[in-house]
Ligand binder design. Structure first.
Ligand code: IPT
Length: 980
C-alpha cells in the first residue's frame, strides 16, 4: 500500500511529489523512485511538517526511518563533550538522539530551576541541531532511568499528594517543571525550523492506574499541558511492555487527533530468540506494534546493553565489559533486524552512550558508572558494537526502500529463520536471515529464480536485499548486506558489507555488456543475459569498477568487511556528497573551492581517501594541508598516513595530605546551628513511630548524601542498649558513637539477586551501651547515616517518599529523655548542583573544593592500613600536560584487598565523581570527564573515606589511567570549578 496522492500532497510540497510519483528521469528505469529520505535536519528557519502514517514518520512528506540513540546530558557533566558524542553518533549513522531531562537535576527547591552551565538544555538542543540530529525529548515528569527518585526532586519527596496520579498538588508541581522545560524546548522544535526536536514523550513506562480514572486523567493533563505550552510536534509514551497501554484514543487529548504515537519498550535477554513485536507477531492489542495499526512501529527504548547493580551480580562481577560482551554486535543484528522486519521504523537504542551517574544521581540500584555496555563506552570510545549501527544507520538514511516494508510471501532457508518483506512502492525485496542456533548455518535462499548460498554465523543475523534500486542501476540480489548508495567523484558508489572472509555473490542488472575492472582485492565476474555477477571474498575494501553498461555514470562497487565499513564516512555537503575512508572518525566536511576540509579523529596513524565532487583537488585534515594523489578509483588519497595521537603521560599521584573528618562524634561538638528534629508528621510513605519525632532527613530539607544526627540524652541515661532503625537505598550504612566512643557500624544487608531491584532497605542496628562515666550525666549519641538515594518509584506507589535516614530510636533499660538535631548537606552548590555535595563535615567545610587550604593537614603516603570507625579525608593535586591536539580520556582507579570494609567518595576539582565501595564493587575505574578534568593544568583530588572500623582501611592504590586517546577531539571548555 502506497500513500494516496491526496494524503501525500497534504503533507508534502510539490517538489517531493515529483520525485515520489513522477518516476525517474532515467529511461532505463521502469518504476517510480521513492522520495529520497529527508537529509540531516538543521535549524533552517523554515516551517516543517512532522506527520506519520502506519509505516513511518513523514517529515515534510518524506519518509524517515528513525535510527536513534539514547544519551543523558546529565550523565556527561561537561557541555563541550556533548558535541563530541553527538558528532560521533551522527558520523556512525544515527540520525537522532533521545534524551531524558531529569527534574531533580534542575530543581534544588520548589520554584527554583537551573538551566545554566552543565544544565544548559538550550545549549544541548542547539548542539544537537548543529550536529544534524533529530531530538526525542523525554522530560517526564517521571523518568525512571536508574536515577535518584526516578527523576523526582528531593524536595518533592516531602510534599503532599500522590505522585504520578491526577492529584492536584502533584500536578501543580509537575506543571511548574513542564512550564520551565517547555519554555526552552518550544523554541527548538523542528516544526518551527528553530531546532530539531521532532518528538516529545510524556511520563515514562506508566503502567499504574491504567484502568482507573486517575491514570487517564493524569496522562490527559500532561498532554494538554504540553500542548498549551506550545509543543506542537507529535507526542508519545513508552509502554512498559507490549501491553497496548496508552494507544491513540485511550485518554482525552482535548479533541486533538492524529498527533499521538504509540510506542513500547523492550529489553529482551540475549539468551532468548528475538520476539516478533510487530508485523510478524501474533497481532491483537498484546502484539506490540500491531496494537496500534494506524501508527508506525515505534520502540522508544530498545535495550542496547543493560545496567549493573552494586556488587555486579548480574554480570558476574565483571562489570560493563560483560554487558557489552553479552549484548554485542551480533545481538544487535539479531534483535534490531528482527524489529525492522516487524515494521518498526522508529528505533531508539537505550543506551548509546551511558555515561556516569555522578554525585548522588544514581538510583539505589546502580553504582556510579552507567556505561551500560553501550556502543560508546563511558570514556567516549567507539566500540565494536558500532558496526551494525553504522552499517544499518547509513543504509536506512540513504536507501529509501526500508521505510515501507510489507510482509511478503513466506520463503524458507533450512536452519534459518527467514523474514521476507517487500516495498510495494519500489518493488524491492528484503530478507532478514536469522540464526538462533549455537553453530554457523550454511543454507540456500531462493531469490528471484536463483538459489543463493547464504551463511549466517551462530546467533547472528543479516539483511539481504533484492530488486533494490541503487542509484540508476538495479541490484537483482546480493549475499552481502547493502550499506550505502551515493554519487560522489562522478561515480555511483555502492557499498556492500559482511563479515571478513565471507564469500559473497552480487548480481547487477546491466542491459549491455559492461567493462569491469577489479581495482583492489580479488573478485571474479561474468556477464550473461543482462546480469553482471561479481563473486568476492570479503577482506578490506574490494573495489570493482563498472562502466559501459548503458548508464552514463560509472559504478564503483565497494565490498567492505565489517572493520573496513566502520572507516567509511559518507557526508552530504551543499556542493555534493563526499565519501571518506580511513580515519577512525570524520566529524565534519566542508568543501571550499578546490579543497575538501575534514575534521576528525585518529586513534592510530590512518590513511585518508576521499571521493569528492568534481573540482576538489586538495585535502585538509584538522586544519593541516595533506598532500594527495588521484587513484584509479576516482578518489584522492593522502600520500602519507595521518598521524595518530601524541603519547599521553599521566603522573603518579602522591603528596597526599590527610585529616580526620568526623568531629560530630565528639560530645562537645557544637551542634547549636543544626536543625532540631521537631516535626511530628510527614508525607513520607514510612510511618512516623508513635511518640517519636520525625527523623526522616527529607522532611528537614536534606535530600542528598550523608546525614548526621546528634541526640542529647538526659534524665535516666543508663540504658543498656540502643536500637537505631534506619532506612536507606542499597548499600546504606550507619555509624554510631556515644560520648565520642564508637558503638559500631551497621550496614544494610547485602540483598540477594531477586530483591536487588527494590529501592528501600530498612534495618535496625542494635548496640550495647557502655556505662556512663557518671551515672545520670547527660550523654551524646552521634549517628552518621549514609542513606544512599531515594527509590525510583517505577510502580507509581510513591516509594520515592520512603524515608531516608534514621526512622526510630529506642533504648533498652532506663529510658532517657532524648532531643535530636540533624545536619545534612549545605545549600546546593550553585554550579555543581544539588546532587554534588552531602552532609559530611568536610563537605560542609569545603574540604572537597579546589583552593581549600589543606596546609595544616598531615602529610600521608598511600597505601594506608588504618583501623578505626569514621571519616578521613585525603587531598592532593596533580598536573596534566596533554598535547592540545589530543583527546585523552582519563580515569581514576582505586584498588585494595577486597576484604577491607571502607568506601570512598571521589571529588575532582570539587565535583563528586562517584562512590567506590571497596568490599562491594564491582567498579574500580571512575571516568574523569575532560572539562572537569583539566588536561592542561592543575587538578585537585579529594577523597572522603568512610571506614567501618571492622577491618584495616585504605586507600591503597589510587592512580590515573588512560581510557582512550585520539588525535582530534573537540575543543573543551573548562567546566567552572569554584573553590570555597
Ligand atoms: C526502562 C525505563 O524506561 C528506563 O528509564 C530505564 O530504567 C530502563 O528501563 C532500564 O535501564 S524500565 C523497563 C526495563 C522495565
Amino acid at each position: 500500500m502506497g500513500l494516496s496522492r491526496r494524503h501525500f500532497s497534504a503533507l508534502a510540497g510539490t517538489a517531493v511529489l515529483g520525485l515520489a510519483l513522477g518516476g525517474s528521469a532515467d529511461g532505463a528505469c521502469a518504476w517510480a523512485a521513492p522520495a529520497p529520505p529527508a537529509g540531516p535536519p538543521r535549524a533552517d528557519r523554515r516551517r516543517h511538517t512532522v506527520g506519520f502514517d502506519r509505516h513511518s514518520l513523514l517529515v515534510d512528506g518524506r519518509r524517515l526511518v528513525l535510527w536513534s540513540g539514547e544519551l543523558h546530558p546529565f550523565r556527561l557533566p561537561s557541555p563541550s563533550l556533548w558535541r563530541d558524542v553527538l558528532e560521533k553518533m551522527r558520523a556512525h549513522g544515527y540520525n537522532a538522539v533521545s534524551i531524558y531531562v531529569s527534574w531533580n537535576y534542575h530543581s534544588p527547591a520548589p520554584g527554583r530551576y537551573d538551566f545554566t552551565g552543565i544544565r544548559d538544555l538550550d545549549l544541548f538542543l542547539r548542539t544537537a541541531a548543529e550536529t544534524g540530529l533529530y531530538v526525542l525529548l523525554r522530560p517526564g515528569p517521571y523518568i525512571n532511568a536508574e536515577i535518584d527518585a526516578g527523576g523526582f526532586p528531593g524536595w518533592l519527596t516531602a510534599t503532599k499528594g500522590t505522585a504520578r496520579t491526577a492529584d492536584p498538588t502533584y500536578l501543580a508541581h509537575a506543571d511548574e517543571w513542564l512550564t520551565r522545560v517547555n519554555e526552552i524546548v518550544a523554541g527548538h522544535q523542528y516544526t518551527r525550523g528553530t531546532g530539531t526536536v521532532l518528538l516529545y514523550q510524556i511520563e515514562n513506562e506508566y503502567d499504574a492506574f491504567v484502568a482507573e480514572p486517575t491514570g487517564p486523567a493524569y496522562m490527559s493533563h500532561l498532554y494538554r499541558k504540553v500542548r498549551a505550552d506550545g509543543i506542537d510536534v507529535p507526542l508519545f509514551h513508552n509502554d512498559k511492555g507490549r501491553n497496548g497501554y496508552w494507544l491513540p484514543g485511550s485518554f482525552d487529548t482535548g479533541g486533538e487527533k492524529g498527533r499521538w504515537l504509540y510506542g513500547f519498550d523492550g529489553y529482551p535477554s540475549p539468551s532468548q530468540d528475538p520476539p516478533d513485536w510487530g508485523r510478524f507477531g501474533p497481532g491483537g492489542v498484546t502484539g506490540g506494534a500491531s496494537a496500534s495499526p494506524d501508527t508506525p512501529g515505534f520502540v522508544p527504548e530498545f535495550g542496547g546493553g543493560w545496567f549493573d547493580p552494586w556488587g555486579g551480580v548480574w554480570f558476574k562481577k565483571k562489570g560493563y565489559a560483560e554487558s557489552r560482551r553479552t549484548r554485542d554486535a551480533a545481538y544487535e543484528r539479531r534483535f534490531y533486524l528482527t524489529n525492522l522486519a516487524n515494521g518498526i521504523t522508529l528505533h531508539n537504542v537505550y543506551m548509546t552512550f551511558g555515561g556516569t551517574s555522578w554525585g548522588w544521581l544514581p538510583a539505589p540500584v546502580v553504582y556510579t558508572s552507567y556505561d551500560y555496555g553501550a556502543a560508546f563506552d563511558e570514556g567516549r570510545n567507539a566500540t565494536a558494537k558500532l558496526v551494525p549501527m553504522h552499517q544499518l544507520g547509513h543504509l536506512l538514511q540513504r536507501v529509501p526502500d526500508f521505510a515501507v516494508l510489507e510482509r511478503a510471501e513466506d520463503v524458507t532457508a533450512a536452519g534459518l529463520k527467514v523474514y521476507h518483506l517487500t516495498n510495494p512502492e519500489t518493488g524491492a525485496h528484503v530478507h532478514v536471515l536469522r540464526n538462533d542456533s549455537a553453530a554457523p548455518v550454511t543454507s540456500t535462499l531462493p531469490v528471484d529464480g536463483a538459489d543463493l548460498p547464504v551463511t549466517v554465523p551462530a546467533r547472528d543475523a543479516r539483511l539481504l536485499a533484492s530488486g533494490l534500486r541503487l542509484g540508476r542501476r538495479r541490484m537483482r540480489y546480493s549475499t552481502a548486506q547493502p550499506m550505502l548508495a551515493l554519487t560522489a567523484a562522478r561515480r555511483e558508489i555502492v557499498v556492500l558489507t559482511g563479515r571478513r572472509d565471507e564469500p559473497t555473490v552480487t548480481a547487477l542488472e546491466c542491459a549491455e555488456r559492461p567493462t569491469v575492472t577489479v581495482l583492489d582485492g580479488s573478485a571474479e565476474h561474468r556477464w550473461a543475459d543482462g546480469l553482471l555477477t561479481v563473486e568476492a571474498r570479503l577482506g578490506g575494501l574490494t573495489r570493482v569498477a563498472v562502466s559501459g553498461d548503458g548508464v552514463a555514470t560509472p559504478l564503483l562497487l565497494l565490498l567492505a568487511d565489517d572493520e573496513t565499513s566502520l572507516r567509511l564516512w559518507p557526508r552530504d555537503t551543499p556542493s555534493g556528497t563526499v565519501l571518506a575512508h580511513g580515519p577512525h572518525l570524520v566529524r565534519s566536511v566542508t568543501l571550499e573551492g578546490t579543497t575538501a576540509r575534514f575534521t576528525g579523529d585518529t586513534v592510530t596513524p590512518a590513511g585518508l581517501e576521499v571521493w569528492a565532487p568534481r573540482g576538489v583537488e586538495e585535502l585538509e585534515w584538522n586544519g593541516a594541508r595533506v598532500a594527495a594523489e588521484r587513484t584509479a578509483s576516482g578518489s584522492l588519497r593522502a600520500a602519507r598516513e595521518l598521524p595518530g595521537p601524541a603519547p599521553v603521560r599521566l603522573p603518579a599521584l602522591g603528596g597526599w595530605r590527610r585529616r580526620s573528618g568526623n568531629p560530630e562524634a565528639e560530645p562537645g561538638h557544637d551542634d547549636s546551628g543544626w536543625r532540631r528534629a521537631d516535626l511530628t508528621a510527614s508525607h513520607s510513605t514510612t510511618p512516623v513511630p508513635a511518640g517519636q519525632p520525625v527523623l526522616f532527613a527529607d522532611d528537614y530539607g536534606f535530600h542528598y548524601g550523608d546525614v548526621w544526627y546528634r541526640a542529647r540524652l538526659t534524665g535516666d541515661t543508663d540504658a543498656r542498649s540502643v536500637s537505631l532503625a534506619y532506612s536507606t537505598g542499597t548499600q546504606g550504612l550507619l555509624m554510631a558513637w556515644l560520648d565520642g566512643r564508637p558503638l559500631g557500624t551497621h550496614r544494610m544487608p547485602v540483598p540477594g539477586n531477586s530483591t536487588i531491584r527494590q529501592g528501600t532497605w530498612t534495618a535496625t542496628a542494635e548496640f550495647p551501651v557502655p556505662d556512663a562515666d557518671r551515672a545520670g550525666a547527660p550523654r551524646v549519641l552521634s549517628v552518621l547515616v549514609r542513606r544512599m538515594q531515594h527509590d525510583q518509584d517505577g510502580k507509581a506507589l510513591d516509594t520515592h517518599k520512603a524515608a531516608r535516614g534514621l526512622t526510630a530510636v529506642t533504648f533498652d533499660g532506663a529510658g532517657p529523655e532524648v532531643s535530636w538535631r540533624l545536619q545534612g548537606e549545605p545549600a546546593a552548590d550553585p554550579v555543581r548542583g544539588p546532587q554534588n555535595t552531602g552532609g559530611l563535615h568536610g563537605e560542609r567545610a569545603g574540604w572537597h573544593l579546589p583552593g581549600f587550604d589543606d596546609g595544616g593537614w598531615q602529610r600521608a603516603e598511600l597505601p594506608r592500613a588504618d583501623r578505626g570507625q569514621g571519616v578521613t579525608w585525603y587531598r592532593t593535586t596533580f598536573t596534566l600536560a596533554v598535547d592540545a591536539a589530543t583527546d585523552a580520556s582519563v580515569g581514576l582507579v582505586l584498588d585494595d584487598d577486597p576484604e577491607r570494609a571502607y568506601r570512598v567518595q571521589i571529588f575532582l576539582n570539587g565535583w563528586n565523581m562517584g562512590q567506590y565501595i571497596n568490599d562491594v564493587g564491582p567498579q574500580h575505574t571512575f571516568v574523569l570527564p575532560n572539562g572537569i578534568l583539566r588536561t592542561r593544568g592543575t587538578n585537585t583530588l579529594a577523597l572522603a573515606v568512610l571506614s567501618d572500623g571492622t577491618t584495616e582501611s585504605g586507600p591503597a592504590r589510587v592512580a590515573l589511567t588512560l581510557l582512550g586517546a585520539a588525535a582530534g577531539g573537540v575543543p573543551v571548555a573548562p567546566v567552572p570549578s569554584p573553590g570555597p
